[in-house]
Design a protein around this ligand. Structure first.
Ligand SMILES: Cc1cc2nc3c(=O)[nH]c(=O)nc-3n(C[C@H](O)[C@H](O)[C@H](O)COP(=O)(O)OP(=O)(O)OC[C@H]3O[C@@H](n4cnc5c(N)ncnc54)[C@H](O)[C@@H]3O)c2cc1C
Length: 351
């Protein structure tokens, strides 16, 4: 069981900044995210888009903002459970919570901060009746570790950047790469489309367009797939892996069943004070929450995380009095009894 002070569900910008604010208060943090990398929407949807409304940054690429946040929280050594979705929550007799992921990892904390944004990004699955039977047995919707596919036969399906980029990458890793797309035209970057066409001519990618994967065969593991081609009819192809890359769609998901007050697919919170939900000890911050006047912006998440951590501190240490001070001028006084002049020293003295 992983134990921490504040368990943060969602490693988007809001979840990451929570680590910093909690760290200043000497509270330990652990983050869970369904995605294989931190950064939430910034990393998953628009890493190369500039953002203009982060105070102090006239312009910053979303991916660079995530890198900076990771650098900023490094001294606090947060724990990460990535690639796993928080599925269930249980309250123990000692008033702490146990959150279990879809992979069975258990986390225990007195405070849970839901920073789940638009929800966990669920892969869009193709309508193949028995596809769930082959999940983790030859079927994957996200490529976490390309080494898994070294010297294996791989079929990728999709027409966007993900499908094109991974086909190009795996052409040098897998023993055989097939890209199946239902149209002749691809939606991805022109550069990638040209590269796939070139690799197809060289025989490094087997390109099958105007076709769809309709069947999966195998016992304990996938062994072959059935492809329906517009003009050539049915094709059976032997393969070790089938990876449909049809994008990810956000869903509030299992958190919606945790007994929290939900309004328009978002969690209602007390914004007059600390962004706590209707269940004491569970907070909701960033895009995932709702209240009158809510703005789904990164800076709103940063502000909410800051206030939430103050309240969490009181919940975790009801006997201690914390007086807020600036990080640069003695902000640590009150919980380690020392005054430090520079922010860097403050951070060092806390970790
Ligand atoms: C195209 C685009 C452009 C944008 N431009 C701007 C801009 O210029 N300025 C601005 O301020 N905002 C912008 N935004 C909005 C901004 O990205 C969001 O406000 C911000 O990402 C919210 O951060 P968050 O951490 O609250 O949530 P998210 O970034 O959504 O992160 C939430 C994370 O929680 C994870 N998660 C959810 N449920 C679970 C679960 N059950 N288990 C495990 N993990 C879970 C998700 O996988 C995700 O990684 C833009 C958004 C988009 C889509």
């Amino acid at each position: 069981m992983i134990k921490t002070d504040i368990l943060i569900i969602g490693a988007g910008p809001t979840g990451l900044f929570t680590v910093f604010e909690a760290g200043l208060l000497k509270l330990k943090t652990h983050l869970i995210d369904a995605l294989p990398q931190p950064g939430g929407q910034c990393s998953e949807i628009y890493p190369k888009k500039p953002i203009y409304d982060i105070p102090g940054f006239p312009e910053v690429l979303a991916g660079d903002l995530v890198d900076n946040l990771m650098e900023q929280i490094k001294p606090f050594e947060p724990g990460f459970t990535l690639g796993e979705r928080a599925d269930t929550i249980e309250k123990l007799e000692d008033d702490t919570f146990v959150v279990t992921t879809n992979k069975g990892t258990k986390h225990n904390a007195p405070v849970v901060a839901i920073a789940g944004g638009l929800g966990s990004f669920e892969p869009r699955k193709p309508p193949i009746p028995n596809i769930v039977n082959f999940e983790d047995k030859g079927v994957a919707y996200i490529i976490r570790d390309p080494e898994v596919y070294r010297d294996k036969r791989v079929v990728i399906a999709g027409g966007g950047d993900s499908a094109l980029d991974w086909s190009i990458f795996l052409a040098d890793v897998a023993s055989e790469v097939t890209l199946v797309h239902r149209r002749n035209e691809f939606r991805g970057a022109l550069d990638s489309v040209e590269k796939v066409a070139e690799l197809s001519k060289l025989g490094k990618i087997n390109l099958i367009t105007e076709a769809e994967v309709k069947e999966l065969h195998g016992d304990d593991h996938l062994t072959s797939i059935g492809i329906k081609h517009k003009t050539k009819g049915d094709i059976v192809q032997d393969t070790d892996y089938f990876i449909p890359l049809f994008g990810l769609s956000p869903k509030l998901g299992p958190i919606g069943d945790w007994g929290l007050e939900i309004e328009k697919n978002a969690i209602k919170v007390d914004n007059s004070y600390d962004y706590q939900t209707n269940i004491p000890g569970i907070y909701a911050i960033g895009d995932v929450n709702t209240y009158r006047g809510k703005l789904k912006l990164i800076l709103s998440g940063f502000h909410e995380a800051t206030l939430m951590c103050q309240s969490a501190y009181q919940r975790i240490h009801p006997d201690k009095k914390y007086v807020m001070k600036y990080t640069t001028v003695g902000g640590v006084e009150g919980f380690d009894g020392t005054k430090k002049e520079a922010k860097k020293e403050v951070v060092k003295s806390i970790v």
